[in-house]
Design a protein around this ligand. Sequence first.
Ligand code: EPU
Length: 338
Amino acid sequence: MMSAAVACDGQKVATGLNAEKKDWLVSLLGPRVQFDVPMWRHTTLAVGGPADVLAMPADIKVLTMLLSGARQRAIPWLIVGGGSNLLVRDGGIRGIVIALTPYFKGITTIDPGPGDVRVTAKAGTRLKTLCRYAIEQGLAGMTFALGIPGSVGGAIAMNAGTADGCIGDVLETITVLWPTGRLQRLSRTDLDFGYRRLSLPTPEITIGQHQGVIIDGTFTFSQTDPRQLRVSVEKIQAERKQRQPGGVSSAGCFFKNPSSGPSAGELIDKAGLKGKRVGGAEISSRHGNFIINRGNACAADILALAEIIETRVAAKFGVQLEPEVIIAGESNHASKSV
Ligand code: EPU
């Protein structure tokens, strides 16, 4: 996916699943399974060691069998969306990385009426594609998401958003597949949205812990004047282009914004950290909340830079920044079989 030069030893370490587990995966997924897959190829930050397994199920039936089989065999698993909000450590990921983006894609308009319009997007659809679809159809409600990278499923799980709105504002229902094989439709009243967070009503089963897989989301948009919509879209896009670095390997904004006061980007900027580097990782000189891989960064470089940011911002402003990016995997090279 990405094409950064990789210079981290940890990223070359292959790991092991025993033969029975590999045979089961091959018989279930055929060509849609790969072993010892470098995660730097599958994340927009372009760092990270190998996942034992990358599984790309083609439909819900196979996904259900994959989850139940993994449960029976005690193999951990992790769903990845666009890999745009994910930092994989250099030791890689033990267990199965499940990618929905290759096959769980598509957008359907359910009520193409004159008033509110309901649109269902499968989890693996890019958020950008859903935004573009809404704009083309003259549907208001998604412009806040312009410039947020990632997949619809990831955006729902994280309640992605900006100061102008978030997924929870426009989401009506989601379909969740539980590892038990139950497919459940949940309406927004069943869902507890927080800042960059979504939890299901049962506290022990949270989507953030990847115990349920989001299959799709249905959104409610209102019809609006397409020409006016295009004008506001162009304005938003021009602002983003000016403020955010483009054409670089990053995970978008690295930290959550504090619940009040200046944004994370502004705090990092005012702490004088823009342009600071550790190894191949650099704080963007355009936007303080973007950590960039200059092409040869390890996950460890990015984590070290993030720690410097947290320490400096806490010392200078008394604010503890929290990563928005999900950090996964093993930090060292030692591997254990699963
Ligand atoms: N600012 C600075 N210096 C900087 C960066 C920002 O002073 O280096 C100031 C800006 O001037 C502005 C304020 O901080 O007054 C907020 O900046 P910005 O409008 O760029 O928004 P943000 O809060 O940093 C959020 C989302 C972005 C999204 C933009 C759209 C979060 C954590 N980030 O950024 O989302 O694209 O709004 O305006 O909520 C992402 O989630 O990955 C992401 C990129």
